[in-house]
Design a binder for this molecule. Structure first.
Ligand code: GLA
Length: 702
């Protein structure tokens, strides 16, 4: 039982360590469903103590902000904060007025039903999934007229009263995704949003808030995340009166959605997580949630993959690919993925997207010869696809110019010479399932890298008339539906989500993909900061990370092979360099590092992550993974310092009284490793730049 009744019309959603208490503060025609508590788990008999039955009055007189504590503050009545729900009824009537109707309770789920007499039914859903409280909203038009929806968020969360408020989030750009930002939450409304039609590189749909006192290992942290892969908006409002609330949902400012009589709309879930133990504990709880409730194959070991993109760019040919496959297999690679350039007339980024058959000049016998060779070398086979896109210079576009997002009489702006196919259309979805599924069957494919390389522009859907803005929802749902159908038809198929790098990383896409590509930037040093931001919410096992060439093609930075490996080994290891140019010595070193990775792969992919120390990519830093009886520490020192850098790294989350043994047979108590630390040669010998190492410990007693 995760949903407990704690009063006449009050409930608690309880997890092992926290409680979220909510209910009806005021009934009748101006009903208010509010949050009373979101904090550490209280004894069951104490839960009722946090329920405040009398309506709270902040101020009397002309300002009475009633929406402060509400689960879904509407636009209507005496409310002036950020509305989570905005509706325009027939005749331009805009004030939503909700009356509580009933509560429908199941074991770990509850729906609170409210109705607006103008015909809108609003369901507030709350469900518990491990430490996370999942919430979403269902709307049904029970009236006789269509209603127009503005903002429809999945829910608003109140951050309990504290002396201060600080937020942590990630922001970035192409090649610089998921950079951690941390600052005091300003009084006012802080909005993070994507208007691109995808999750975007610019921000990721989550926020963490603490009282300004949390550290990596200590302190209460409240996190809110949205499980959605299209445009989104998350607003944290800190009122001058002191309250802080976070509301999040799909869509962004501008588009409005028409709900016809009899129709319903369900929002994606917004997820709330309260933890103690600092940002580290928050991240570990999110990873646990991802593994238990989100990822389709969380406990499968990700294969070491090879991807040919940076080796060949668009210059993809049968013989060249077979040569790369031979070299990759020799290193211990288990999955060979052919990237862009294998299909239609695709010899550069100007043509071919949409024509998903092997390029007859490059693969005169189709892909069979290549994939037969890949299999003979003992590897699995994967292909890059970009199913949501079309180049105007393609047979597909010449045949179906109406399939793309467009408005009559407006330009069709291209980006990277391509347009976006409208996945809201059933014919587009059927076409996609047809050829994607056909490729899997014909070649026995094991893996797709599903890319999405541009933002929406002129996002029209002429056939949908007044409902055209629904595109912002229906495109993403269409993509989800195609992915779901593919997985259903081909249960052994594994899928990587990519969007010009890390433009589509979120709990919505992770429900139907196995890995995500976090950035096109494969420079090991830049990657460290990107990986750190990624790790705040998402688990290492789903993070595809490649070792590429030096100097790096994107930054021209030269980084030793071991450092590049150690950075990529912090996730699902892949190799993406031009192996025909690696020396025999480099190939030998790579072979032994691949073997070393495989030996600890479950620890990294499924283990508990501790970000131990340092500013990744800038100063000496280390990450630790613990799983069953093993502990892996990856330590990095990018820059030599004349001044002595720290010598020891203190480990975390060990059993204090147990003994841990290194590969060399040295033993320490867990408490020693946590309090005194482990001495790292990488850290205390100065120079040269870019030193790294992996330390593996095994628990031998206790
Ligand atoms: C995007 C991806 C890259 C690569 C190219 C191919 O940029 O993020 O990894 O697949 O497309 O065109």
């Amino acid at each position: 039982m995760n949903i407990l009744r704690v009063g006449d019309s009050a409930w608690a959603a309880v997890t092992k360590s926290s409680a979220f208490v909510f209910g009806l503060e005021a009934a009748g025609e101006d009903s208010r469903v509010v949050q009373w508590y979101w904090g550490p788990r209280l004894p069951d008999e104490a839960l009722a103590e946090v329920v405040r039955q009398a309506p709270r009055r902040i101020h009397s007189g002309f300002h009475d902000p009633r929406d402060v504590d509400e689960l879904l503050p509407v636009e209507g009545g005496r409310r002036w904060g950020v509305p989570s729900l905005q509706v325009t009824y027939e005749g331009g009537v805009r004030s939503v007025e909700l009356a509580f109707a009933e509560a429908v309770v199941a074991d770990s789920e509850i729906e609170l039903v409210l109705r607006d007499p103008l015909g809108l039914r609003v369901g507030l859903h709350v469900r518990v999934a491990s430490e996370v409280v999942e919430r979403w909203v269902s709307l049904t038009n029970e009236g006789e007229h269509a209603v127009r929806l503005g903002r429809v968020d999945s829910g608003s969360w109140v951050i309990p009263e504290r002396a201060g408020y600080r937020y942590t989030g990630v922001a970035g750009a192409w090649a610089q995704e998921t950079q951690v930002h941390r600052a005091e939450l300003a009084v006012g409304e802080t909005t993070f949003t994507s208007r691109t039609g995808t999750t975007s590189h610019r921000a990721n749909p989550w926020i963490m808030i603490d009282a300004g006192d949390a550290t990596e290992e200590l302190g209460e942290v409240w996190s809110v995340a949205l499980a959605w892969s299209g445009s989104w908006r998350l607003t944290a409002q800190r009122r001058p009166e002191g309250d802080v609330a976070v509301t999040a949902g799909f869509g962004h400012d501008g588009p409005t959605w028409l709900l016809a009589p009899g129709e319903s709309l369900h929002t994606p879930p917004v997820l709330g997580l309260r933890t103690s133990g600092g940002y580290g504990a928050a991240s570990r709880a999110w990873h646990d949630y991802a593994r238990r409730h989100v990822l389709p194959t969380p406990f499968e070991e990700r294969p070491v993959l090879y991807n040919s993109w940076e080796a060949t760019w668009f210059d993809v040919h049968e013989e060249g690919q077979i040569e790369l496959a031979r070299r990759a297999a020799d290193l211990g690679v288990e999955l060979f993925v052919v990237d862009d350039g294998w299909f239609g007339g695709r010899v550069d980024d100007r043509r071919g997207l949409g024509d998903w058959w092997p390029n007859p000049d490059r693969f005169p016998r189709g892909l069979s010869k290549l994939f037969d060779a890949v299999r003979e070398l003992g590897m699995r086979a994967g292909l890059w696809v970009e199913p949501e896109m079309v180049n105007p210079d393609s047979d597909l576009y010449r045949e179906h110019p109406d399939w793309v997002l467009h408005y009559p009489g407006r330009r069709r702006d291209t980006l990277r010479h391509q347009l976006v196919l409208n996945y809201g259309r059933a014919d587009v979805r059927e076409w996609a399932i047809g050829w994607l599924s056909g490729l899997v069957s014909e070649y026995g494919l094991d893996y797709f890298k599903w890319d999405m390389n541009r933002s929406f522009t002129q996002a029209g859907w002429p056939e949908a008339g007044e409902r055209a803005d629904l595109l912002w929802i229906e495109h993403t749902r269409g993509v989800y539906a195609v992915l779901d159908t593919l997985r259903e038809r081909h249960p052994d198929l594994r899928i990587e989500s990519c969007s010009g790098g890390g433009g589509r990383v979120d709990f919505g896409i992770l429900r139907r993909t196995d890995e995500v590509w976090t950035s096109d930037n494969t420079d090991a040093r830049d990657r460290q900061a990107i990986q750190e931001g990624y790790s705040y919410l998402y688990p290492a096992g789903a993070m595809s990370a490649w070792v590429t060439d030096s100097p790096n093609p994107h930054t021209r930075r030269e980084v030793p092979l071991a450092y590049r490996f150690h950075v990529a080994m912090a996730g699902a290891l892949g190799i993406g360099g031009d192996l025909t140019r690696w020396s025999a010595e480099e190939l030998a070193q790579a072979r032994s590092l691949v073997a070393a990775y495989k030996a600890v792969r479950p620890v990294i992919q499924h283990g508990r992550l501790h970000r131990l120390a340092g500013d990744p990519g800038v100063t000496a830093s280390a990450v630790q993974y613990s799983h069953e009886d093993r502990v892996v520490v990856l330590a990095y020192n990018p820059f030599a310092l004349a001044k002595r850098p720290p010598r020891r790294v203190r480990l975390a989350g060990l059993d204090p009284s147990a003994l841990y043994e290194s590969a060399e047979g040295e033993r320490w108590h867990g408490q020693t490793l946590m309090s005194h630390g482990l001495e790292l040669p990488t850290w205390f010998i100065t120079g040269p730049d870019y030193r790294s190492e992996m330390v593996v410990l095994r628990r031998v007693s206790g």
